[in-house]
Write a protein that binds this ligand. Structure first.
Ligand SMILES: C[S@@+](CC[C@H](N)C(=O)[O-])C[C@H]1O[C@@H](n2cnc3c(N)ncnc32)[C@H](O)[C@@H]1O
Length: 289
């Protein structure tokens, strides 16, 4: 398990991209757009994140706090999980890198004050400590186990105000069927209305889905390099956003050879393209650092 010394030894992030995690350009744009639109419309409320890891998404959520609003993050960080399956998830994906102090250092590299931190299983939030109806946005990105995600969705539902938005990570990844089960259960039996699907995240509301849709449609996504598609699910309209992929340019044999021989620094652009392709396919990558 990493120690506080390991975390302190890590250089402070200079940019948000320096924070390891799984929060990519398209979802950053969607979060930013939805939160900024709420602020512009005079919608005030707290923000809730379940599963913060090293702070990559929490830092962006913190960017959108207005005076009087509060961001609460809940994560196990370096605490023990409450059950064996969750402990196995933690050991496989997070234990080597995650400490609460590393989260705090990353967050404080971009904000002057820490959010409210609940270092515990997200199930503790079922005790009602987040006032009912107090939040305008909730991000669920913690355990991938069905029972946990179903509980997290119930927490978000109680916490969100009437037209609040919930974003759920990993709703369609091959290795997270429990998240898919909980999300679609909430849709078909719990009144959650889908408004937006990206390769990584599901966005929905228990409020006015048409209003959230109008907010999303107000942005020229194609001009920024994204595809926009429209689907109908059980009579409800849902947008899909994804990355535009440029057709690969045919390389001549000498050019291919030159690329092969380039030093590592010159492969950065290639890596950028590969990262975009990977995000588009939503294959869960190693966290970027
Ligand atoms: C996928 S990471 C979060 C990534 C982060 N939102 C980002 O965008 O970089 C999942 C996080 O959930 C936390 N986690 C897993 N199970 C949990 C549980 N039962 N309660 C609270 N946190 C949990 C892990 O410690 C980990 O930090």
């Amino acid at each position: 398990m990493p120690t506080a010394e390991t975390a302190a030894a890590r250089p402070a992030p200079l940019t948000r991209d320096d924070i390891p995690g799984w929060f990519f350009r398209l979802d950053r744009a969607a979060f930013g757009h939805l939160l900024a639109a709420q602020t512009t419309a005079g919608v005030a409320g707290d923000i809730l994140e379940l599963g913060s890891y090293l702070g990559r998404s929490a830092v962006l959520l913190g960017d959108h706090l207005r005076p009087g609003e509060r961001l609460t993050v809940c994560d196990l960080f370096d605490s023990e999980a409450g059950d064996a399956d969750n402990a196995a998830e933690m050991a496989m994906s997070y234990r080597k890198t995650l400490t609460r102090s590393a989260f705090e250092a990353n967050y404080l590299a971009f904000h002057t004050t820490l959010p409210e931190i609940v270092q515990a299983p997200t199930s503790v939030l079922a005790d009602g400590r987040i006032p009912a109806g107090s939040c305008r946005f909730a991000h669920i990105d913690a355990s991938h186990l069905y029972e946990h995600v179903a509980g997290d969705i119930a927490v978000a539902r109680a916490a969100l105000a009437e037209n609040g938005v919930v974003a759920l990570d990993d709703y369609r990844s091959e290795h997270t069927p429990g998240v898919s089960a909980a999300v679609w259960e909430a849709v078909f039996t719990g009144g959650l209305r889908p408004v937006l699907l990206t390769p990584m995240k599901f966005y929905g509301t228990w409020g006015d889905a048409a209003a959230v849709r109008q907010v999303l449609l107000a942005r020229d996504w194609p001009a920024e390099g994204y595809t926009v598609d429209d689907d109908t699910i059980a009579g409800g309209q849902v947008l899909r956003l994804n990355y535009q992929v440029k057709a690969p340019v045919q390389q001549s044999a000498p050019r291919r050879l030159a690329l092969d021989l380039l030093p590592p620094v010159a492969t950065r652009a290639t890596r950028r393209v590969l990262r975009t392709l990977r995000e588009r396919r939503a294959v869960r990558p190693v966290p970027t650092s």
